[in-house]
Design a binder for this molecule. Structure first.
Ligand code: PEP
Ligand code: MG
Length: 902
């Protein structure tokens, strides 16, 4: 039964049988060749062997049953259509064998051209090409070279060497000076190389050539570079490649032939126009190899007006059909245009917005589709500061743009030096061969990170992205010498103290300080560029798409802010409230000492005095924020400091006391402090006396904050303003904790609020797994939940959030255990499940329970889609990510097919 199924399974599709939706099965190239064929465009006839055939071959090491017969049948029908036979001695059909996976993997897999040539058919080809012997022998030598390298792993340098020798003997550097006899001699030399390496003659049977080439393309899916590329681009390993067998057309038959590439719009800026390159009398591989210089596509108009006009017509047709920027490969064979490939073209973030806007104007797509075509990662890229556009600096090296942004600073080579100079207020760029967890402090201190080794998932890249810090990795032109504190590049030496600039988007490295400017998109969000009056296609497109996203989205977007300035900025960026005001941030600086006294208080009255001093300060903090938010909801979280952040460091204190004792000084006070700090010392402060636990242990602490919040709200209301405070209790794991805090808070609120009309909600964070699992109980005492996905991830996975990302996540990413850090993007299956359970059980217990998220995930594009799916009411994120969250919340509606609008 199974065998019968295999025999019947369809593994080969004629181009006329496929279409652009079948990328999974036919690969991108095959699906689009089929689409163009069905549009009636001039595509050389051919067929596609499916990715399923490749998967079967890779799993078993042999072609699946039925494949050989299907190839035979399609080849016969191709031969009938062309009126030629593969490898016919008089008039041979020649084919190319090309890879093509679902996702484009440029140059990673193999291609063999001119399959079907042998010692006889080469003569037939010459005759058919108007007695062009040179062309025929050149094609034959290319086949032996490509086939040798791809199918039989003959080192290509040997062929290159033989070619160089032939040119040398002729006294030339140019391939085109070799005549037919030279090339005939070269074919002999190539055959000898082939025999030497493989122990067999170059195969003369055309069908054997074809079968071996197909097999080699299958196998190239697992070539080392392809595997690395897939890992980098997160392309699943099990997809496999399709194989396209396409009738050869020749761009190297003389001056009336040629080959080129074209884009229907500028993939860098999105501007409309004709962008492309053309090379006369050449094959595609010559363009790639850069053997001769191409000319701008516009020049084709002079060379071959008919083909040029036809090409422009086809480009317009393709755009209209695909409703998007297309990139195209074509060949002209003696005045006849052939389309060899098209696909929806890759583009920069700016071009993505501009093109989406233009396509709406042109009536090709609607605004929903425009929203679908852009994403938050692109918007985030457009918000990073950038180097001024007209700067005259030349890059000295180019690495991988590992974490976007633009940074200039003094070069340092060690983490310690980075910390030292940063403490002096200097901008530093940490330069390392590669970074490791010991560099973490330096990375935090640095403005940017530059490494000479490592890719997009290297330690430097992952950690820098996590921190939102500019990073260029793998700039291998740079020789780093850490002991000598210098690096060399392009013949120049850069020592510690010199200034460099790095562009984390393009990967470019400059010597000196390249001037930086805020991006236009940020200027627009800040309100300093008016989209209606500015001649800037990008700003107009961003404005239009953001407006649409806002109209579509169901999720509200709030911000995490704990100062008036952050709150104001976030409002300009579109925040509709504060989802998390971390009050512990208000206890740093001069107030630290008060908190220390509060926590360590021994003497009677000491704690009360500290609380009394803190109350007016806190009241003023909240007044400022309520004023800025002007009637929008403000979630104030009661203090949640990991204790160690507020106490003097134990080791330092112990050393100071010991030294003072040694000197015979009076250290009674310090000793008491040391004893208190020792008593409070915790091995795992993040799992210790924090949040609600601290509030329940230190009398009066939460009460003081609740009073300050209520008083600030009342004062705001009495002054004619509006305040909507929501008091949030952190780190709750059991409903009893919340009930205890609530009972005390309600009393204070009732006393302060009186008849002022101010309403204060009380809710909790859901950030301890137990809270998520008992959400039904907790909802009884909470008017809202806000998911603290940072702690929920920490405690769900058992990952110390301060340590693990630098320590070993790079290895987990390398091994594919993670596709992305679970602190960056929500782990839907595990931590996400906790969120889902809590949302469902919380709402079941208290219909109308307000649900939000305020962990870092609130500004992560993929996570925003998840929170939309789960049905939260809002996400809250740092001010800079508010626009990203707005956009993604709109996209989430469009992508789930909803027509929600608010
Ligand atoms: C969280 O845990 O997700 C959260 C928002 O709280 P914090 O990051 O302050 O612990
Ligand atoms: Mg937390």
């Amino acid at each position: 039964m199974a065998a019968q199924e295999t025999v019947d399974h369809k593994y080969v599709y004629d181009f006329s049988e496929g279409n652009k939706e079948l990328k999974e099965l036919l690969g991108g190239k095959g699906a689009n060749l089929a689409e163009m064929t069905n549009l009636g465009l001039p595509v050389p006839p051919g067929f596609t062997i499916t990715t399923e055939a490749c998967q079967a071959y890779l799993a078993t090491g042999r072609e699946p049953d039925g494949l050989a017969g299907q190839i035979e049948a399609h080849l016969e029908s191709l031969e009938r259509a062309m009126g030629k036979r593969l490898g016919d001695p008089q008039d041979p059909l020649l084919v190319s064998v090309r890879s093509g996976a679902k996702f484009s993997m440029p140059g990673m897999m193999e291609t063999v051209l001119n399959v079907g040539l042998n010692d006889q058919s080469v003569e037939g080809l010459a005759a058919q090409a108007g007695n062009n012997e040179r062309f025929a022998w050149d094609s034959y030598r290319r086949l032996i070279q490509m086939f040798g390298k791809t199918v039989c792993e003959v080192p290509s340098e040997e062929f290159e060497h033989a070619l160089d020798e032939a040119k040398h003997a002729k006294g030339t550097h140019n391939d085109l000076d070799l005549d037919a006899d030279d090339l005939r001699g070269l074919v002999d030399a190539y055959k000898k190389i082939f025999l030497k390496h493989t122990g067999r003659e170059f195969p003369q049977q055309p069908r054997e050539q074809l079968d071996l080439a197909i097999r080699a393309v299958f196998e190239s899916w697992n070539a080392e570079r392809a595997v690395l590329y897939r890992r980098q681009e997160r392309i699943p390993a099990e997809l496999g490649t399709a194989v396209n067998v396409v009738t050869m057309v020749f761009g190297n038959l003389g001056p009336d032939s040629g080959t080129g590439v074209a884009f229907t719009r500028d993939p860098a800026s999105g501007a409309q126009g004709i962008y492309g390159d053309y090379l006369a009398n050449a094959q595609g591989e010559d363009v790639v190899a850069g053997i001769r210089n191409t000319v701008p596509l516009q020049e084709l108009e002079q060379l071959d007006k008919a083909s040029y006009d036809e090409l422009l017509g086809i480009m317009a047709r393709l755009e209209e059909h695909y409703k998007d920027l297309c990139d195209i490969e074509f060949t002209i064979e003696r005045g006849k245009l052939w389309m060899l490939q098209t696909r929806v073209g890759k583009r920069t973030a700016a071009a993505a917005f501009v093109i989406a806007g233009q396509l709406v104007d042109e009536g090709l797509i609607d605004l929903d589709e425009a929203l679908h075509r852009v994403n938050g990662a692109q918007l985030a890229q457009l918000m990073f500061p950038r180097f001024q556009l007209d700067h005259e600096f030349q890059p000295v090296a180019t690495g991988i743009g590992a974490s976007p942004g633009a940074a200039s600073g003094t070069v340092v080579f060690t983490s310690a030096r980075a910390v030292e100079l940063a403490a002096e207020g200097k901008s530093v760029i940490l330069v390392r061969r590669e970074t490791n967890p010991d560099d973490l402090n330096g990375m935090i201190a640095a403005k940017g990170i530059l490494t000479s080794r490592g890719g997009k998932t290297s330690h430097a890249a992952v950690v820098a992205r996590g921190m939102g810090k500019t990073c260029v990795s793998g700039a291998d032109e740079i020789e780093v010498n850490v002991p000598a504190k210098r690096f060399t590049v392009a013949g120049q030496t850069v020592a510690e103290g010199d200034v460099v600039s790095i562009d984390g988007t393009t990967g470019k490295v400059y010597l000196g300080e390249v001037p930086v400017m805020p991006s236009e998109v940020v200027q627009y969000f800040e309100g300093s560029l008016d989209p209606e009056h500015v001649d800037n296609a990008l700003v107009r497109a961003v404005h239009r798409i953001m407006t649409h996203a806002d109209g579509k989205r169901r999720l509200a977007v709030r911000t995490n802010a704990d100062t008036g300035a952050d709150a104001a900025r976030a409002r300009r960026f579109g925040a509709e409230g504060i989802g998390l005001c971390r009050t512990e941030h208000m206890f740093l600086g001069d107030r630290r000492e008060l908190v220390e006294r509060l926590i360590l208080a021994r003497a009677p009255g000491e704690r009360e005095a500290a609380l009394a001093a803190l109350l007016p300060l806190q009241r003023a903090d909240f007044e400022e924020i309520f004023r800025e938010m002007d009637g929008l909801p403000v979630t104030v979280r009661l203090i949640d400091p990991p204790l160690h952040e507020f106490l003097p460091p134990l080791e330092q204190l112990a050393v100071n006391v010991a030294v003072a004792q040694e000197r015979g000084e009076d250290v009674a006070k310090e000793e008491a402090l040391l004893a208190a700090v020792r008593r409070m010392h915790e091995e795992n402060p993040m799992l210790g006396l924090r949040g609600v636990r601290l509030g329940l242990v230190i009398p009066g602490l939460f009460a003081m904050q609740v009073r300050a919040i209520a008083e600030a709200a009342v004062s705001c209301a009495r002054g004619g303003g509006a305040a909507k405070p929501e008091i949030m209790v952190p780190l709750v794991g059991a409903v009893q904790e919340l009930e205890t805090v609530r009972a005390e808070a309600e009393k204070i609120i009732a006393e302060v609020v009186g008849d002022s009309g101010v309403e204060v909600l009380i809710g909790t964070m859901i950030e301890v797994p137990r809270a998520a699992l008992t959400a039904g109980q907790i909802a009884e005492a909470a008017e809202f939940f806000s998911f603290g996905t940072n702690d929920l991830t920490q405690m769900g996975w058992g990952f110390s959030r301060d340590d693990v990302e630098g320590a070993f996540f790079w290895r987990y990413l390398e091994l594919g255990i993670f596709g992305i850090s679970p602190f960056e993007s929500i782990d839907r299956d595990g931590v996400g499940r906790l969120v889902r359970i809590a949302a469902e059980e919380g709402r079941a217990a208290r219909p109308g329970l307000k649900l939000g998220v305020c962990g870092e995930h609130g500004g992560d594009p993929d996570s925003v889609h998840f929170f939309h799916e789960v049905g939260l009411d809002y996400v809250s994120c740092s001010p800079f990510r508010v626009p990203v969250a707005r956009l993604e919340a709109g996209r989430a509606v469009v992508e789930t097919g909803g027509s929600d609008s608010r």
